[in-house]
Design a protein around this ligand. Structure first.
Ligand SMILES: Cc1cc2nc3c(=O)[nH]c(=O)nc-3n(C[C@H](O)[C@H](O)[C@H](O)COP(=O)(O)O)c2cc1C
Length: 349
């Protein structure tokens, strides 16, 4: 089992949208960790190119992370999800609320693209064809059939879960390992249900309870920003720690300039959880945009994501942080501009 044979017990979090580069994945692997390419938002050909780059740069094992689209989610999603015209109207109203911000950047809000499946089938075919050693999933639970297909191809599967019920569902579906994500992490909460209020239970408690129920490898994620915290979650039963924010300022990461500056800027006082950028809850540095739009964005992923993409791209192009999603965990102030191998060594068991 790959997750139990890592020299360091460190997994480099997949960070979609730019921060995770093939170079970062290869470097984490060479340092004795497991790098995870972020397959989310990429087309299958773009992901194929990234996989080829990692294979070229390193012979160490690595993984690919995929977003499970709503139509492939086998988890029993609860009621409360907006549907049909109600959902379309809520997205249209949110889009209209963004026009002034967009025009200030010389763009228009994007089209909603309801039902976009993030090129799911083609990416699954790709990881099977490439025999990627490990595939981790977030945003949903793949069916037992998909997990079985990957296993027959010799691929280890990991599903991101945020509470005990989700962990039980993933185990019942036949996953090889779990990524337990606590509430303090940067980026999206990987709840299997996109609408429910996620658990605020501490990561340590989640690891302890899930470990008492299963022997499968556990990767703990979320707010692990110091070696001491990593030691605590390992003592609670985690086989590995998945670190994201701690890698954002490394030279190997693709974190853009405005984002890097914001992470080091004392003017940002706290992180907060918001739906304003994507329609799914995610944690990032609290921005004025978050404060203004909070409560107005519907729980409609991926539509809200597509609607805000042009604003975020324009903000990045202008090297302004105003409208960027500055994803960061609660421990962001500990992130340092040091080589990724140094970070992996610091968090090693
Ligand atoms: C910028 C950024 C992008 C992320 N993108 C993804 C992603 O594509 N897939 C995923 O499973 N998790 C993603 N995450 C969440 C990480 O996998 C992980 O749970 C989180 O970074 C751990 O918390 P930490 O940031 O406090 O270390 C992202 C996190 C960040 C900070």
């Amino acid at each position: 089992m790959l997750l139990r044979s890592l020299d360091t017990g460190v997994v480099g979090a997949p960070m979609a949208g730019g921060p995770t580069t093939p170079e970062l994945v290869a470097t984490v692997g060479e340092a004795g960790g497991l790098g995870l390419l972020a397959g989310g938002y990429l087309t299958a050909p773009q992901l194929a190119a990234a996989i080829a780059e990692v294979w070229d740069a390193s012979s160490r094992p690595f993984g690919v992370n995929l977003f499970v689209p709503a139509q492939a989610n086998a988890y029993a999603v609860g009621s409360g999800e907006l549907t049909g015209s109600e959902r379309a109207d809520a997205v249209a109203a949110y889009r209209a609320a963004l026009v002034d911000d967009a025009e200030g950047l010389g763009v228009q809000p994007g089209e909603a693209r309801p039902g976009d499946d993030d090129d799911w089938e083609r990416k699954l075919d790709l990881v099977v064809r490439e025999r990627v050693p490990l595939v981790s999933f977030t945003f949903g639970l793949p069916s037992g059939a998909v997990l079985g297909e990957l296993r027959r191809a010799g691929i280890e599967t990991v599903v991101t879960v945020t509470d005990v019920d989700e962990a039980a569902a993933a185990l019942a579906a036949g996953v090889d390992g779990l990524c337990l994500q606590g509430p303090d992490g940067g980026g999206h909460r990987g709840t299997l249900d996109p609408v429910k209020e996620p658990s605020g239970a501490d990561l340590l408690d989640l690891v302890t309870v899930v470990r008492s129920h299963t022997d499968v490898p556990i990767v703990a994620a979320g707010g692990i920003s110091t070696p001491e915290r990593a030691a605590q979650v390992r003592a609670a039963g985690a086989d590995a720690v998945q670190i994201g924010t701690a890698l954002l300022l490394t030279p190997e990461a693709g974190t853009g300039l405005a984002y890097r500056r914001a992470l080091a800027d004392p003017a940002y006082e706290r992180t907060a959880v918001t739906r304003v950028y994507s329609g799914r809850l995610a944690r990032g540095l609290e921005t004025d945009f978050m404060r203004r739009l909070d409560g107005r964005a519907p729980a409609a992923y991926p539509e809200v994501h597509h609607v805000t993409v042009p604003l975020r791209r324009a903000s990045a192009r202008a090297e302004r942080a105003d409208l960027l999603a500055l994803w960061a965990g609660t421990g962001w102030r500990s992130a340092r501009s040091v080589p990724a191998a140094t970070v992996v060594a610091e968090f090693a068991h």
